[in-house]
Design a protein around this ligand. Structure first.
Ligand SMILES: *Cc1c(COP(=O)(O)O)cnc(C)c1O
Length: 423
């Protein structure tokens, strides 16, 4: 029997070893935030490091590049080191740079080397649009037709991917594979180790988009021999809107020419020689392009400190408990409200749950009106992410209670079933 009382939720909160991290965050007044998989909340450490970097500009001017507590010239590498342990990488394998989409462009420009029969890129039909746009444009830049050269593995049910289907699609025509670590709608986690083994066996480079898993799910990129990976830092990592992204290249590829070169990819000792012949950095740093976005990197430093303290395995453990509890309450309290659970219910679920409903758009509006911040995904998805570092079990309990009231009283009927501009 599922315990549906608030007392039980509070009992779970009392036993929660990560409970104190909630005080590190600015929670929104009178709101239950369930949207940390789109934009993580601001934490006090992020605010602090942002202020520190602003101050270094104020007090040092140009000398901020090499002086002060956090010289800007080495910041991308330092933040890369901070992220390396979260993704199971060596510290030389990760750099903080660019955005998710520009990093994908950079990596594909280097790893997509069509030759002979191998000319196509393998992706999936459930991936995030930006990744697909980037892949299509890279194919076109190489002179091929994106319609025939981007192969998208089909989903059997519109929610999940079968790894067997992906492996079957790794044919002799495939020159590169790009997949998400966690699907952005259903949250399904793919088995990176298995897929990488199969790709490597066939000599096909494989890369993963970690946007929806980083900061919520541990990775072992180095050990798994993943060729490359990339991610944003503003979702579960709480780096702030538009914060600088992450890029991983396995050390076996050090020395590979970056596809899109720029002076910040230089060996740091040589960069200011101002030579017209570039000497690339030895490690992943070679994949940087221009001057780092120092002020968008600044909050990431503080936000990542929390992960060093909490430890990513503990974050995952609590996250699984939160979503398990959420799913149990949905089953107990909302069984006749017409929801279909769209996320995997086993341990291949990521860090959010997906409730599908034909009235999803206006149910989301009603949730917002009643103080719960959800995330609508057209046409019928309500994503709800209880985040281990700042959400409580009581938040989950309240969310389900509010949703139950909305469904029983049909409170969503006051709204049009249409999405907003940002949804
Ligand atoms: C969030 C997200 C993006 C966003 O890309 P940006 O370049 O940061 O705008 C791309 N791909 C996936 C899978 C995402 O989840």
């Amino acid at each position: 029997m599922v315990q549906t009382t608030v007392a039980y939720a509070r009992e779970l909160d009392e036993k929660d070893a990560l409970a104190t991290f909630r005080q590190e965050f600015y929670l929104l007044d009178n709101k239950i935030y369930m949207d940390g998989n789109s934009l993580g909340l601001m934490c006090k450490r992020a605010e602090k490091t942002l202020h520190e970097l602003l101050d270094s500009w104020k007090t040092l001017g140009i000398d901020g590049w090499t002086e002060g507590e956090r010289p800007w010239f080495y910041l991308s590498e330092k933040v890369g080191e901070q992220m390396a342990s979260i993704v199971g990488a060596q510290k030389e394998e990760v750099i903080a740079t660019g955005s998710t989409t520009t990093n994908l462009h950079q990596l594909v420009a280097a790893f997509y080397q069509p030759e002979g029969k191998r000319t196509k890129i393998l992706a999936d039909e459930l991936n995030f649009p930006s990744d697909i746009y980037a892949l299509k444009s890279q194919i076109a830049l190489k002179g091929y037709d994106p319609e025939t050269h981007l192969v998208r593995v089909k989903s059997r049910d519109g929610r999940f991917l079968h790894e067997d289907d992906i492996i079957e699609a790794m044919t002799e025509e495939i020159a590169l594979i790009v997949l998400p670590a966690a699907l952005y709608r259903s949250g399904q986690l793919l088995n990176i180790n298995r897929l990488t083994k199969e790709a490597n066996k066939r000599g096909i480079p494989i890369g993963f988009d970690l946007c929806h898993s980083i900061g919520a799910v541990p990775h072992t990129l180095h050990e798994d021999k993943v060729d490359f990976a990339f991610w944003c830092t503003y979702k579960h990592l709480n780096g702030g809107p538009g914060s600088v992204a992450g890029l991983f290249v396995h050390e076996k590829h050090f020395g590979l020419e970056p596809g899109l070169a720029g002076w910040f990819g230089s060996d740091k000792e040589k960069q200011f020689d101002m030579s017209h012949t570039m000497t690339p950095a030895n490690g992943v740093g070679a994949f940087q392009i221009g001057t780092p976005h120092v002020l968008s990197l600044a909050p990431v430093i503080g936000a990542l400190e929390l992960f060093a303290e909490a430890k990513i395995d503990a974050v995952r453990e609590k996250s699984l408990q939160l979503t398990a509890y959420f799913l149990q309450l949905v089953e107990a309290e909302l069984s006749d409200a017409g929801f279909v659970i769209g996320n995997p219910v086993d341990d291949t679920r990521g860090a959010h749950i997906l409730l599908e409903h034909e009235e999803a758009a206006r149910i989301c509006r009603a949730l917002k009106e009643d103080g719960v911040i959800p995330d609508f995904r057209a046409p019928n998805g309500i994503r709800l992410a209880p985040v281990a570092l700042y959400n409580s079990f009581e938040d989950v309990w309240q969310t389900v209670q509010i949703l139950k009231m909305i469904m029983e009283e049909k409170r969503y009927e006051r709204f049009e079933n249409k999405r907003g501009v940002v949804a």
